[in-house]
Design a protein around this ligand. Sequence first.
Ligand code: UT7
Length: 323
Amino acid sequence: MKTRAVVIGCGHYLPARVVENAEFEKTLETDDAWIKSRSGIERRHFAADGETTSSMATSAAQAALKDAGLTPDDVDAIVVATSTPDLTFPSAATMVQAQLGMTSGFAFDIQAVCAGFVYALSNANALIVSGQAKRVLVIGAETFSRIMDWTDRSTCVLFGDGAGAVLLEAREGEGTSADQGILATDLNSDGRYRELLYVDGGTSTGTTGYLRMQGNQVFRHAVEKLAATANTAMERAGVSADDVDWIVPHQANIRIIQGTAKKLNLPMEQVVVTVQDHGNTSAASIPLALSVGRARGDIKDGDLVVTEAIGGGLAWGAVVLRW
Ligand code: UT7
């Protein structure tokens, strides 16, 4: 027997304001055709004034709890993956804890930029497998619209806001790849690539700063590293691409998603794609895609799901789980 962290609920939240590509044509030298063909993005959601990472994370968490038929009192821990917390501290996770009305348990943030949700799932899995928590809310939430340089067409057309959440519960499995739950994880980072994707603000500047990205350089790393980490996680889980039902990738660019699927020998019919509607929501993109994939009826109980992501750091990783 082996303790497994099983997904028992999921949900998401998207701000009401939808911004189509054409809207950027008014202020920037860009057009819908460039954005769509280079990235696959058609629209994205932007948070309203007063809407924050923690408020969106709370809405997503409430949706996941409802999906599982549980209340905040049933949760031991909250892990929020975000690079855009409301404040430098306290953590967005403790703010979510308060907004949910939880006065027990523990909550903390994980910051691994676009790989944040994969890192959060992996750490939540470790909490469950080691017996430190029985039920963990794992949330990815971002307001990247607040760190955009609206004069930089090479970045500001790519990102969006939103939040997604899954609720993990400790359950006993047989210890085989047929078990429900997280079967394996793989995490990596290489800080030498800091300059490729970063925010030029923080305690060193006294400003929040803006996102800076050498997109084509990040692109060069993406497909190879994503396929490698997915393969490592699958190998650890004792499964192969033939066993996989769904890839749920970080939604940064349709060409990266297609290239990675091809390298893994999986057809696009088995990939959950939301990038056209959400843009790149960093750590929120995978839980958003999981929740949308589940709501569409694509991801079914028992399906083998591989998630993979890469982002600033560089940091990248993958999680293999059976729903
Ligand atoms: O989620 C975290 C990880 N991030 C990523 O995975 C992002 C990875 N990178 C990408 O998705 C792509 O590199 C981009 C979508 C950012 C860019 O696509 P690209 O095919 O790599 O284009 P590029 O950066 O090489 O730029 C090509 C041209 C440049 O013009 P020149 O130098 O060839 O004359 C840019 O100035 O496109 C120009 N360009 C634009 N043109 C119209 C850049 N942004 C725009 C724009 N509209 N918004």
